[in-house]
Ligand binder design. Sequence first.
Ligand code: ADP
Ligand code: TRP
Length: 320
Amino acid sequence: MRILSGIQPSGKLHIGNYFGMMQPALELQQQGEAFLFIANYHALTTVNNGDVLRQAAFDVALDFLACGLDPQKTVFFRQSDVPEITELTWLLSVVTPMGLLERCHSYKDKLAKGIASSHALFSYPVLMAADILAVQSNVVPVGRDQKQHVEVTRDIAIKFNNQYGEIFTIPEPSIRDTVAVVPGIDGQKMSKSYNNHIELFGSEKETRARIMRIVTDSTALEEPKDPSECSIMALFRLVAPPDAVKEMEASYRAGGYGYGTAKKALFEMVWEYFMPFRQKRAELASDPAAVEEILQRGAKRARAEAAATLEKAKRAMGLL
Ligand code: ADP
Ligand code: TRP
């Protein structure tokens, strides 16, 4: 089984990204031949400063390697190092009906958020189809917001195959519904666009300050509290061992336990949970050339796959 997923380097990663996307994708490394990439062409639709994008792509590489991406097992690369993907995008765009793209929620949502409309933003799903089809991926692990894009990929692949012969594998999305949406410090979905996030590798001071700002209800310290309705508890469950979770739930129910104390305990747990990753990240950051070499090795393997697919498609279309 071949698995492919990507993430845009459009900002610092947060613990919502970790539990919602990175951890499930990293677990899939054990289950098949995994391809994971940094979608910097996609990020161009929202990041318009070269230095910022270059740094963000490198930071994402460090983040994934620090969190357990095994470059011996997983093909890890930067999208822009595989030019076959953009060449394939044009071939796919030929069989992509306008209506298919016009129906995409993500495009409409981005416009509503004030992102400038551009041809790239509109055709974003065709580039994503090329990412997936270039390596003939069977499974695409994504968050719920990306499911429609994988369905568009399927439609494009089916249409291409009907017209030109069996060139592409038809992929399936894999949605992890068991991972609840990670709440941010204001109780909404954690997202960098709401600025309610807790960075994965923020400083100790910033991480503590953000956690101490988590919004709670106004139940008095001595009153019992409901552990099922609280963002502190929801985050604590992600990072704490089961015994510690039970203990905190019991303290909530008993009363005489304040939110401030719970936040301090949460900070300690978050800091400890990501400590080994933080240490690994610092080691990796001290040798950027080694990280670059991993990405170049990954790109070479991805290019070999993508070039073989591209050749088949070009031959079928009368280009070779
Ligand atoms: P953001 O909302 O911060 O811009 P992205 O949209 O770039 O995050 O998401 C990247 C990946 O992380 C996606 O696969 C998405 O489903 C996942 N993700 C983002 N925020 C959360 C969250 N709060 N809970 C669970 N998964 C999340
Ligand atoms: N569009 C995805 C996101 O915003 C990132 C992405 C780009 C991707 N290409 C992909 C995900 C291919 C899976 C497969 O999160």
